[in-house]
Design a protein around this ligand. Structure first.
Ligand code: A3P
Length: 305
């Protein structure tokens, strides 16, 4: 089946067009197994994102909020002070790509997992509402810049123009990005109790509000006592860019995160701001990408400021 799917080369990855999305070739068989075999539990939370849109941050925030009983966020022994967020929450796509799906069965409930797959490619029981899904999106202009810096870690001669062009024509891992975002946006509009839609830029503006929404959505709202004890602020602080980037475990040379396609852990923490696109993109490029995104999102109720 994989051999029969349309194929494209994107910078460092071989891509296959599967059900309307360009997936890294090594994800496709695992995606099919995931679609057929995954058995969600009612208290599962699937953290979803397009790559480079805030996955690491969302994983940290969700982990810190969900595990706050066992691991108080202010504790100096908190797992997130010793482990990269990607080592705390399994990446479904790579687990299935590696044929290790039985590992998910062994995880204690409530399980937190993440995926870069679009909503329409998630297993039927998930899209039927059997568990919760949280999505984080980001201004595609900042995503492209972040993606380029990330890919350059593996391919130093990769030009920004090449990355930009592949994003614009949709041939990027899990692309086209606008179809990815819209798949979750539509699901969140249809089932707000099952799909929470967050924006990276909103989290930057008010991380505490994001943490409260996340905890409430996961079925564990902060109690008045926790609020009074400053637990929300402690989660925000623990997961802040400065805090995470400064940890020994995330410093350059501190090792890799991810099992099958490991990346240096520091590669997940670059600038952590909104608007960095202006330092990399020409005004013409920005206008072109904005134009494509505006056209694709027209009439959906979703917009990037
Ligand atoms: P930049 O490259 O623009 O700095 P992902 O986690 O989906 O791979 O996304 C990576 C982007 O999120 C990078 O953006 C990274 O710096 C940023 N990021 C990682 N951790 C963060 C945090 N705790 N707070 C804010 N941004 C964070």
């Amino acid at each position: 089946l994989v051999e029969a799917l349309p194929r494209r080369q994107q910078s460092i990855l071989e891509l296959r067009l599967y059900q309307g999305f360009w997936l890294p070739e090594h994800w496709v068989p695992g995606t099919i197994v995931f679609q057929r075999r995954f058995s969600p539990r009612p208290d599962d939370v699937v953290l979803a994102s397009y790559p480079k849109c805030g996955t690491t941050w969302l994983k940290a925030l969700a982990f810190a909020a969900a595990a706050r009983g066992a691991h108080p966020p202010a504790s100096t022994a908190h797992p997130l002070r010793r482990l990269n967020p990607h080592d705390c929450i399994p990446f479904i796509d790579e687990i299935f790509a590696g044929g290790e799906h039985a590992k998910l069965d062994l995880l204690p409930s409530p399980r937190l997992m993440n995926t870069h797959l679009p909503y329409t490619l998630l297993p039927g029981p998930v899209t039927a509402g059997a568990c919760r899904v949280v999505y984080v999106c980001r201004d595609p202009k900042d995503m492209v810049v972040s993606l380029w810096h990330f890919l350059r870690r593996a391919k130093p001669d990769l030009s920004f123009a090449e990355t930009f062009e592949s994003v614009c024509d949709g041939t990027v891992a899990a692309g086209p990005v606008w179809d990815h975002v819209l798949s979750y946006w539509r699901a969140s509009v249809a089932r707000p109790d099952r799909v929470l839609f967050l924006k990276y830029e909103d989290l930057l503006r008010d991380a505490a509000a994001g943490v409260r929404r996340l905890a409430e959505f996961m079925g564990r709202p902060f109690s008045p006592a926790e609020e009074a004890a400053g637990d929300v602020a402690a989660v925000v602080e623990l997961c802040s860019f400065e805090e995470m980037k400064g940890l020994e475990v995330n410093k350059p040379g501190a090792g890799t995160a991810g099992r099958y396609r490991p990346m240096p852990r520091d590669a997940f923490f670059r600038k952590g701001v909104a608007g960095d696109w202006a330092n990399q993109m020409t005004p013409e490029m920005a206008a072109r990408l904005d134009g494509i995104v505006r056209e694709k999102l027209q009439g959906t109720g979703l917009a990037f400021a």
